[in-house]
Design a protein around this ligand. Structure first.
Ligand code: 5AD
Ligand code: SF4
Length: 494
């Protein structure tokens, strides 16, 4: 008879930081004997890891919590927990518990490491549990087992929180003030990940350029120095990415380190938000467009194969047609490889929420569609230029049904091509064969050589789904990693 193992389902919303924090939650639940499942109907516990960055994220989450009501009626023992940025907002915990009385636990961004205790408290007391703490240094103290979810990619927090208070943004209110992890901890974690076979490490922080860590002797370590030190594990082949950069804090020293590095990617995400100086000023971004453009030039001059990506907000309070035209102008100048465009969304408690010169919804929508039109034009042209060129690709996944491999270029762009699944986890050369509406298709250069190299290197099939957030793939991956560990143990015992 099959053992009755308890199951968990984690629903993740928002950014990479949240995806990584869900891996920490999964680690806590697995340490407590839970197994991952893909459907709320099978789950003994459902955890929502929420996002609050824009109103539509919240609406979607509330809708999904509402959908669980009938399942909870059918399965009253199922525990529903709501955590993350949405819960951390002022008065939200009470509101959630009032509006959705079948929710069992609400916890804030700083209470994640304590989730095991919150769960225990709920089970022992039978009462609802609500824990929202303000202490942002808690994260530094956590030593959680992380249930990592993607075969070749691993995320590493280098800092938590944000001190910038851009006037539209909720993040500083729900993530607290900046705290940087000690350099030693980061170096140790990255080295460990590389030794386990991870190939692409993404450093996470709301503003990585203002990283201020300490080394073993208590000396201050800048982001440039951290990158320099992370570039030195030469016994491994790997890539380091980082997000997100703030144009005020991206230093020449950091650009120099990237330019001279062996392992740091040349794709840089540099959110501009707006091309207009008056809007940037009211946004409290602390740079003007001249500073931004000179950074773009410096990056291009020092790193000729660099690729920039960006975030842009349209319809910020007071944005005029002329301001918006200037945003289109910076898009043309920077020639981004990817642009994430957002309609400004009012966030409770932020200064911009109270501004009286809000832009009409119709105008915001019209500006976003013009932005997307230009974005497509730029990106389609930039990707079309790639046709016929050869790139080093990290093969990240294999789709059994389509018989296709998916990989990432140094710039972060995805490429798909035919090849055997033994290539997953390898760096191989791929030629761009075709570009259709900025989707890139390639072919392996030196096919026979690559296949025999991959086969020789092939240690274990890493079956990775194309969607890292896909719950099923998390499960397959973890099973695969477990199997590999067991095989390695057996081998070392022989
Ligand atoms: N409205 C719209 N977009 C926002 N962002 C942050 N706050 C808001 C908001 N209130 C965007 C910014 C940021 C990205 C992660 O989300 O562009 O860089
Ligand atoms: Fe938000 Fe600005 Fe901090 Fe980024 S830098 S998280 S946009 S406040």
């Amino acid at each position: 008879m099959e053992k009755n193992v308890k199951k968990y389902l984690i629903l993740t919303y928002g950014c990479q930081m949240n995806v990584h924090e869900s891996e920490k939650l999964a680690g806590i639940l697995e340490t407590n004997g839970y197994e991952c499942c893909t459907n709320a109907i099978d789950a003994d516990i459902v955890v929502f890891n929420t996002c609050a960055i824009r109103e539509n994220a919240e609406e979607k989450i509330f809708g999904n919590i509402g959908e669980l009501k009938n399942i909870k009626i059918a399965k009253p023992d199922m525990i529903i927990a709501i955590g993350g940025c949405m819960s951390q907002q002022k008065n939200y915990a009470d509101e959630i518990l009032k509006k959705y009385p079948y929710v069992d636990i609400v916890f804030g961004t700083h209470n994640l490491a304590d989730f095991e205790n919150l769960l225990k408290k709920r089970k022992e007391s039978g009462k609802k549990v609500s824990e929202i703490t303000e202490d942002e240094t808690i994260a530094l103290r956590d030593r959680l087992t992380i249930a990592r979810t993607s075969g070749v990619n691993a995320w590493v927090n280098i800092m938590y929180g944000c001190n910038n208070f851009c006037t539209y943004c909720i993040v500083p209110y729900v993530r607290g003030r900046e705290v940087s992890r000690p350099e030693e901890d980061i170096l140790r974690e990255v080295k460990q990940l590389l030794s386990e076979g991870y190939k692409q490490i993404t450093l996470l922080g709301q503003n990585v350029n203002s990283y201020k860590g300490k080394d073993k002797d208590g000396n201050e370590i800048s982001f440039a120095k951290l990158l320099f030190d992370l570039d030195n594990f030469d016994e491994y082949k790997y890539r380091i990415r980082f997000m997100t950069s703030h144009p005020r804090d991206l230093s020449s020293e950091t650009i120099d380190v990237i330019a001279k590095s062996k392992h740091i990617c040349h794709g840089i995400h540099l959110p501009v938000q707006s091309g207009s100086n008056s809007v940037l000023k009211v946004m409290n971004r602390h740079y003007d467009i001249e500073r931004y453009n000179s950074l773009v030039k410096e990056i291009r001059d020092k790193i000729p194969d660099s690729e920039l990506t960006t975030d842009i907000i349209v319809g910020f309070p007071g944005e005029t047609e002329d301001d918006f035209e200037q945003t289109l102008e910076v898009m043309r100048y920077a020639e981004y490889m990817q642009i994430f465009g957002f309609i400004y969304s009012k966030r409770k408690g932020t200064p911009a929420e109270k501004m009286t010169n809000q832009v009409d919804t119709k105008v915001k929508k019209e500006r976003l569609s013009r932005l997307l039109e230009l974005k497509n034009e730029i990106i389609n042209r930039r990707t079309a230029e790639m046709k016929g060129k050869e790139y080093e690709v990290l093969v990240e996944s294999y789709d059994e049904n389509k018989n296709l491999l998916y990989g990432s270029l140094d710039s972060g762009k995805t490429i798909s091509f035919a090849g055997p699944k033994t290539c997953v986890g390898e760096f191989i050369m791929v030629r761009v064969k075709e570009v259709r509406k900025s989707v890139i298709y390639g072919e392996i250069v030196n096919l026979d050589e690559t296949i025999s190299f991959a086969e020789k290197n092939f240690k274990h099939p890493i079956e990775v789904s194309i969607l890292p957030k896909d719950q099923n793939s998390m499960k397959i991956l973890r099973q695969n990693k477990q199997k590999k560990k067991e095989e390695d143990n057996k081998k070392s015992q022989k």
